[in-house]
Design a protein around this ligand. Structure first.
Ligand code: SAH
Ligand code: AVI
Length: 344
């Protein structure tokens, strides 16, 4: 295993962005850089030619999309981040002592704000050595790495800029790891994809290693719909931005201003769905995909699902994927769930 080195005065400057190191206690690998653009085009083409049309939600997270997500988490209606943070504060010491973790691996790490609650608990236990953030957003991985080595003097960071559906093999393989997947991002995957993702995550873990999985809980649809339709319009801007991302990546000409954000609750599938509805008919040219799309007025593109769970659904997801649920934490508020699971 290629670990971050102990402090080395000869190490390159963090600002240089060098592959190996980039700083004394920071290393960032970038498997996403090696992905052929043809793969991106094929993935987008596959989604846009489905019925209904879809755009994979990972395309939300360019620099603007990542900033907009952080702003969503501050909206009064968007309770999941605050609820999960409060729950983490209640349980972090218990999780650290049960798992004995010295190394924290985070999938879809984003700004790694809530992560600090667990890192603080590991530091209190004298168990803080390595943090491995994995995210498609290079900016967020690098920023989190810089901030966290500054905050924790004993910590090294080995970031991976990658797609968690493709690059889990790039996660370093030391001992006594705790893997975390927070925010309810598992709910952004279709049920079958969530299972295959967790199975491949499990295949990178040793028997007995732990996963802390965050799931948003099924609740009053009015509360859920409000969370995805904030009054300030930040979620709408986040949703619409994905068309700008696709236009930039593929040279397409989606008329972004003619689409509207919608985020209804789908009771049957116990999920919020985010759609972009065309207000006017248009022909969209996507030269890089060798595709022209005729979008009718009222037609909608599915950009995200956000599946909500209860204890039984979460336990069965984990069980089907090679994990056993050891603890189901919901805390005093009960809005959000954290499952501590062990790789069988
Ligand atoms: N864990 C943070 C961020 C959640 S937002 C929190 O709980 O607040 C979802 C994060 O997952 C974003 O940072 C996004 O860039 C990342 N992400 C989405 N799809 C991804 C994929 N396929 N591979 C890697 N990261 C992904
Ligand atoms: C990252 N993910 C868990 C968020 C969610 O709630 O499904 C993304 C999001 N979409 C709209 N608001 C937040």
């Amino acid at each position: 295993m290629d670990r971050p080195e102990a402090p080395d005065p000869e190490a390159p400057d963090p600002a240089s962005g060098g592959r190996r190191g980039g700083g004394r206690r920071i290393r960032v690998d970038h498997p996403l850089e090696a992905v052929d653009r043809r793969h991106v085009f094929a993935e987008l083409r596959a989604g846009l030619t489905e019925t209904p049309c879809r755009i994979p939600s990972k395309y939300f997270y360019d620099d603007l999309g990542s900033d907009l997500f952080e702003r969503i988490t501050e909206q009064p209606e968007y309770y999941p981040t605050r609820a999960e943070a409060a729950l983490l504060r209640e349980i972090a010491d218990d999780v650290v002592s049960r798992t004995g973790a010295r190394e924290l691996v985070e999938i879809g790490s984003g700004a790694a704000t809530k992560t600090r609650i667990l890192l603080d608990a590991m530091e209190r236990a004298g168990q803080l050595h390595l943090y491995v953030p994995m995210d498609v957003s290079e900016g967020t991985v690098r920023r989190a790495a810089r901030e966290l080595v500054e905050r924790y003097p004993t910590l090294s960071v080995h970031g991976v800029v990658g797609d968690f559906m493709a690059h889990l093999g790039q996660i370093p393989d030391p001992d006594e790891r705790l893997v975390i997947f927070l925010g309810g991002t598992i709910g952004n995957l279709e049920p079958a994809t969530a299972r295959s993702f967790l199975r491949s995550l499990g295949s990178q873990m040793h028997a007995g290693e732990h996963l802390l999985l965050g799931v948003d809980r099924i609740k009053d649809p009015a509360v859920l719909e409000a969370a995805y339709n904030d009054a300030a319009g930040v979620t709408a801007a986040f949703n619409l931005n994905v068309l700008t991302v696709v236009n930039r990546l593929t040279g397409s000409d989606f008329d972004v201003a003619s689409f509207r954000h919608r985020a209804p609750w789908n009771a049957e599938k116990h999920r919020i769905e985010m759609w972009l509805v065309a207000e006017t008919a248009q022909r969209v040219r996507l030269p890089a995909l060798e595709l022209e799309l005729d979008v009718a007025a009222g037609e909608a593109i599915l950009t995200e699902i956000s599946t909500k769970y209860d204890r039984v659904l979460a336990a069965s997801l984990l069980d089907d994927s090679g994990f056993g649920m050891e603890r189901w934490y919901t805390g005093s508020e009960g809005l959000f769930g954290l499952c501590l699971a062990v790789r069988r």
